[in-house]
Design a protein around this ligand. Structure first.
Ligand SMILES: [Zn+2]
Length: 168
């Protein structure tokens, strides 16, 4: 239970990172964070106090975070799209990246023009534009927010976190 994940928000409610419950409880005890959402019915017992099991906590002070840009690589495009083919929606182990607008038609290497695609869809589309190939995307690709990458590492995130992740 102490391994469960807790979402840490900055003072301005921007998601910062994901912590283990143990660390979250320490921050609560040190009064550095406030409890925003707790897990339904879960409690943590220490010798002196009982805490509701935290799900979302927020820093009481604002931290300025210097973030590294996520580099535009094939690996990161696939990671952004969570290994899901952006044409047929299937999730497979082996994935390729596809230029939405083919290079031969002037398409560039950008977050907006590259998507994760399965081999079949990639072959089916070939060097054609979307319309020409009669294919469509399941969502419009964009540059990923750094936190998307943290979230994508998790199998699934908690329902209680959803309201705080809308801006990603
Ligand atoms: Zn596909």
């Amino acid at each position: 239970m102490l391994q469960a994940a807790v979402l840490l928000l900055n003072q301005n409610f921007e998601p910062l990172t994901i912590l283990k419950v143990r660390r979250a409880i320490t921050l609560l005890i040190l009064n550095k964070v406030e409890l925003i959402e707790n897990e339904d019915g879960g409690y943590i017992h220490s010798i002196h106090v009982t805490y509701p099991m935290p799900s979302v906590i927020r820093l009481k002070y604002f931290v300025r975070v210097q973030r590294k840009e996520i580099s535009m690589t094939k690996k990161n495009v696939i990671k952004r799209d969570r290994h899901q083919c952006q044409y047929c929606g299937k999730k497979k182990k082996v994935m390729t990246t596809d230029h939405i607008v083919p290079k031969s038609l002037g398409g560039d290497d950008s977050w907006e023009n590259l998507v994760c695609a399965c081999l079949e869809c990639n072959n089916r589309k070939g060097a054609r534009a979307l319309k020409e190939a009669g294919m469509s995307l399941i969502k419009k690709p964009k540059k990923p927010h750094y936190f998307t990458f943290i979230i994508n590492e998790l199998e699934e995130y908690k329902e209680k976190w959803r309201p705080f992740l809308f801006q990603l």
